[in-house]
Design a protein around this ligand. Structure first.
Ligand SMILES: Cc1cc2nc3c(=O)[nH]c(=O)nc-3n(C[C@H](O)[C@H](O)[C@H](O)COP(=O)(O)O)c2cc1C
Length: 234
């Protein structure tokens, strides 16, 4: 079996499908779904969203230079799809989905309350790439739902059950397979040495990770701390 060639296109999957909230200068707001979004810089924190100019939301972003990226979850999948197939020109997607507007701290665009993480963004540049115009934006505030912090004030995004989009389909993330840098950590699981070889539960136990279930909890400790923010450099 060899490889088949598709015509050049976008096949960088899976990606997050996010709900982006936008508003115009009169304060009318809207939500639309974006899969062409990405983190592009750690410091200053920057991300991009690529938007077709014909979207109702496009003009709103142009008008205010602001938007909010609202992360999505398994529970928000239906609303995420809906906001990506109906236009704010024809309907009020806040009302239709039942999603709740909440004031942001640094931008005039409302957040989606039900989203576990909201990234408040200010546009710094627009690149007219072709079908899509890419908004490069600085993340000026990050709002994180209290519900996903533990007693030690550690944030567990996994508890929100993030959703991913891959080639036309929506997925939950499934089980955790490792943590950042685990391949080189002392007592790392040696079973991953050979490419493609599966980690046996026995080896995991031997190397101190105990069971996969327990390592999920262990892994989460390395996620974002409310006090310090994201410590990992990527
Ligand atoms: C999963 C998914 C991903 C999407 N990603 C994008 C995207 O990255 N950029 C874009 O311009 N439109 C994207 N769309 C389409 C818009 O969300 C859609 O056209 C929406 O109805 C626009 O809403 P508006 O007219 O209210 O702005 C996506 C739709 C779905 C369902």
């Amino acid at each position: 079996m060899g490889k088949r060639q598709f015509k050049p296109g976008n096949m960088l999957y899976p990606v997050p499908a996010v709900m982006v909230s936008v508003a115009d200068k009169e304060g009318n707001s809207n939500i639309f779904t974006v899969a062409w979004a990405g983190t592009v810089c750690t410091n200053p924190p920057m991300l991009t969203i690529s938007v077709r100019p014909e979207r109702h939301s496009y003009q709103m972003i142009k008008e205010t230079g602001e938007f909010v990226v609202n992360l999505t979850t398994e529970e928000l999948t239906f609303a995420t799809d809906y906001c990506g197939v109906r236009s704010g020109r024809d309907t009020d997607k806040w009302k239709d989905t039942g999603l709740t507007k909440e004031p942001a701290s640094k931008v005039s665009v409302p957040l989606i309350k039900e989203s576990p993480v909201n990234l408040e963004c200010k546009v710094v540049r627009v690149d007219e790439l072709g079908s899509h115009h890419m908004f490069l934006a600085e993340v000026v505030a990050v709002d994180v739902d209290d519900a996903y912090f533990d007693e030690k004030d550690t944030f567990h995004l996994s508890k929100a059950k993030p959703m991913a989009y891959s080639h036309g389909r929506y997925y939950g993330l499934g089980e955790q397979l490792g943590t950042f840098g685990y391949s080189v950590r002392k007592n790392a699981d040696k079973a991953v040495k050979k490419a493609g070889e599966k980690t046996s539960e026995k080896t995991v136990k031997k190397t101190g990770e105990k069971t996969m279930k327990k390592s999920v909890v262990k892994g989460q400790k390395t996620s974002i701390s409310r006090k310090t923010g994201d410590k990992k450099k990527k």
